[in-house]
Design a protein around this ligand. Structure first.
Ligand code: ADE
Ligand code: ZN
Length: 340
């Protein structure tokens, strides 16, 4: 099945570029900028990646982002991610970043976008891997700070497709950012939001009805509200799910308890994603493999997940049709089984 999953054209729609910072690169950048990290070496740092919930992860994730300082760092980080997932069959990537984490340290929006965007453009040319870029507002910060961040993004609308909402979910309902999202949409940006990861199903409804998002990131807690599940299915509102992340952050106790297969079978547009792969033990391929094993997914199931990822993407209709036909051809003529 690994060869089949690898050859499926897949879109990744939920990856935080800061969450692709591997310990090796963190140490390299720390040396470059003469910063000391709180761990002696790569192995010790990796051992610290044991999380009890979302906040325990975010504390480390924001601290590690301190090694990202100049445009070249953001370029190197993004390039490494794109090369890695290209080898896993990712044909289109929609990438989040957290501008407030960097502006709080005096790093301008333009430096961050400049490095990430240059790597995206290079990958499109060299690897034919297409992209969209999505700055996220951190919901534990104020709506004024989010509005200032949106204003910083306005000179870069050529490089930015949408806005997102991430960080500590509990106690930070989406409605707090209604005015910011309204302004973003008036500027022609699309909108997505993390909701129903640790927060209640009501936050998913609020993201849909008050922020007018076209996708929900995570959304696993939708099942607490059966009418909401029916609406998500009826309106084909995509959920960008991240199975390994949810296990690492104790949203589910183990992969077999995840609701992705149940929601797929219920007709929702669920997709597989990696979230913060350097911290959660796997990139997109490893997330597909984990759920394939846990639920004995068939080729048809896997193809449906890949099709959903392309349908839910911000690719244009011609791009979506092209990849959908490629999936048809692959299903008709799957790669030979690899000898074990
Ligand atoms: N930022 C990075 N990863 C996140 C996650 N899983 N939830 C919320 N904010 C995040
Ligand atoms: Zn996320």
């Amino acid at each position: 099945m690994e060869a089949f999953i690898r050859s499926l054209p897949k879109a990744e729609l939920h990856v935080h570029i800061e969450g692709t910072l591997e310990p090796e690169m963190a140490f390299e950048l720390a040396r470059k900028h003469r910063i000391s990290l709180p761990h002696a070496n790569v192995e010790q740092l990796r051992r610290a990646y044991r999380f009890s919930d979302l906040q325990s992860f975010l504390d480390i994730y924001y601290a590690m982002a301190d090694v990202l300082r100049d445009e070249e760092d953001f370029y190197a980080l993004t390039r490494a991610y794109l090369r890695r997932v290209h080898a896993q069959g990712v044909v289109h990537a929609e990438i989040f970043f957290d501008p407030q984490t960097h502006s709080a340290r005096g790093i301008p929006f333009g430096t961050v976008v400049g490095g990430i965007h240059r790597a995206l453009v290079d990958a499109q040319r060299e690897l034919k891997l297409t992209h969209r870029l999505i700055p996220c507002f951190e919901r534990h910060l104020s709506s004024d700070s989010a509005m200032r961040t949106l204003e910083q993004a306005l000179p870069y609308l050529d490089a930015v497709a949408a806005v997102g909402l991430d960080s500590s979910e509990r106690g930070h309902p989406p409605g707090k950012f209604a005015a910011v999202f309204e302004r973003a949409r008036a500027e022609g940006l699309l909108a997505v939001a993390h909701a129903g990861e640790e927060g209640p199903a009501a936050y998913i409804r609020e993201a849909l009805d008050r922020l007018h998002v076209c996708r929900i990131d995570h959304g696993v807690r939708c099942e607490e509200d059966p009418e909401l599940v029916a609406r998500l299915a009826r309106e084909r509102i995509p959920l960008t799910m991240c199975p390994l992340s949810n296990v690492q952050l104790k949203v589910f106790d183990r992969i077999e308890s995840h609701n992705i297969k149940r929601l797929l079978d219920a007709g929702l547009c669920v997709t597989v994603n990696s979230d913060d792969p350097a911290y959660f033990g796997g990139y997109l391929l490893e997330n597909y493999l984990a759920i394939q094993r846990a639920f004995a997914l068939s080729r048809q199931d896997l193809a449906r997940l890949a099709r959903n990822s392309l349908e839910a993407s911000f690719l244009d209709a011609a791009g979506k049709r092209r990849w959908s036909s490629a999936i048809d051809r692959l299903l008709a003529d799957p790669p030979a089984q690899q000898p074990r």
